[in-house]
Write a protein that binds this ligand. Sequence first.
Ligand SMILES: N[C@@H](CCC(=O)N[C@@H](CS)C(=O)NCC(=O)O)C(=O)O
Length: 201
Amino acid sequence: MLKIYHAQGARSLRVLWLCEEMGAPYETAEASFFKPSEEFARANPLRTIPALVDGDVAMIESVAMMIYIMNKYGPTDLDVKPHEPGYADYLQYLLFGEAGIAAYGNPLVATRFLAPDEQKRNWTVEHLENAIVKRLEFVCDRLGDKQYVAANRFTAADISVAYIVSAAKFAGIEEKIPARMRAYSDNLAQRPAFQRAAAVK
Ligand SMILES: N[C@@H](CCC(=O)N[C@@H](CS)C(=O)NCC(=O)O)C(=O)O
């Protein structure tokens, strides 16, 4: 069975949400930044969350985990196939959710919680906040009045992109999330699978 090292609010939410949508069986194990268990440190020597163990497979990248689970435990409509309209958008947003958006949040979280007080509002923090907002505005422009980022249906790309709204409070950018982005994410948050995943401690 899939074992997902998880902490509430961390990117493991993406993986749990996907499993809940697919009905893929999984168990969670506690992952802590501050007091990593030996088991978690073995599963992910970088100690970033999530980590995934499936038999002798071990993974440390949340979007790659989603792709792995869809391919291994699918088929699922959360995935868009090359012959389907929206395939290129799907791939782009699936990766953009992490590489183009959430990754910018890590230095913000670190600076907010770990930097000395006089360095908490530095040039880089402002630059990263603006970079995230600019990218969210790009997503909002492309969304227009659609509910989903690709293929006119709910896909793993939505899970990838929407994660930033759940993480915004840790990065200190809650107030800066564009209203359209919040509406998009609020709509997705009504999905029972999201609610089950978000409730996992
Ligand atoms: N690209 C990785 C990023 C993982 C990551 O940075 N997770 C955060 C929590 S959501 C973390 O562990 N941060 C602590 C650190 O960077 O040391 C993924 O998508 O899984």
